[in-house]
Design a binder for this molecule. Structure first.
Ligand code: ADP
Ligand code: 5GP
Length: 200
């Protein structure tokens, strides 16, 4: 059986990173796709673990060499999903999780509609604001820009397959795990199991 491509997306500050980490800690068999980015590492982030931190020139070279499944400019920095290993892993039957922004997710959906597209929602816009403020990574100006974008991005959530409200991290991660478990049981993904020829 081919592996699942799981895409988790949503507005910045909703808690994608936090919830995905929790989900992956509980599902070590699911691989995480490490993106490349031109933004600087935040304290505690390690090159090759959270992201591949590369320069703008390197990023341009990766685009020219066709190394990305998708890429997008998000708040002034570039982010991209490296193509290498994704097809290989899916063909080996391994599940892969991508945590990417809304533009990137729509681009992947066009190329790989068989993926599982999960939209993470904040409990409210007020709570989203509190979370972005609490993370302490934004200036007041960039906070307002993110909130205005969030409203537009949330509308795009209607194009996804599933929606999960990130009220509690544990509940949201449990819901994503349940979605993955259900997707693995879909008949269309398990057609090989119905081939009983030669069984008797
Ligand atoms: P994103 O990856 O979507 O930009 P983060 O995972 O960085 O979001 O989370 C943004 C902030 O919100 C972080 O400070 C994080 O600790 C906090 N956070 C995430 N999920 C929750 C939650 N369910 N309840 C309260 N705070 C949360
Ligand atoms: P951050 O800088 O907070 O880690 O991420 C900013 C935004 O970029 C988040 O919405 C995150 O999901 C998104 N992002 C991370 N990696 C990728 C990627 O490879 N492609 C796209 N399109 N977005 C990404």
């Amino acid at each position: 059986m081919r592996g699942l491509l799981i895409v988790v997306s949503g507005a910045s500050g909703t808690g994608k990173g936090t919830v995905c980490k929790k989900t992956l800690d509980a599902m070590p068999e699911v691989a995480y796709s490490i993106s490349a980015t031109t933004r600087a590492p935040r304290p505690g982030e390690v090159d090759g673990r959270e992201y591949y931190f590369i320069s703008r020139d390197e990023f341009k070279a990766w685009i020219a060499d066709g190394k990305f499944l998708e890429y997008a400019e998000v708040y002034g920095n570039f982010y991209g999903t490296p193509l290498n290993k994704i097809e290989e892993r899916l063909n080996r039957g391994e599940d892969i999780l991508l945590e990417i922004d809304v533009q990137g997710a729509l681009n992947v959906k066009r190329k790989m509609p068989e993926g599982v597209y999960i939209f993470l929602l904040p409990p409210s816009l007020d709570e989203l604001k509190r979370r972005i403020e609490g993370r302490g990574t934004e200036t007041p100006e960039s906070l307002n820009r993110r909130l205005a974008n969030a409203v537009a991005e949330i509308k795009i959530g209607l194009e996804y397959d599933y929606v999960v409200v990130n009220d509690s991290v544990d509940d949201a991660a449990a819901q994503i795990k349940t979605i993955i478990a259900a997707e693995r049981c879909k008949v269309e993904r398990n057609r090989d199991k119905f081939n009983l020829e030669g069984a008797f």
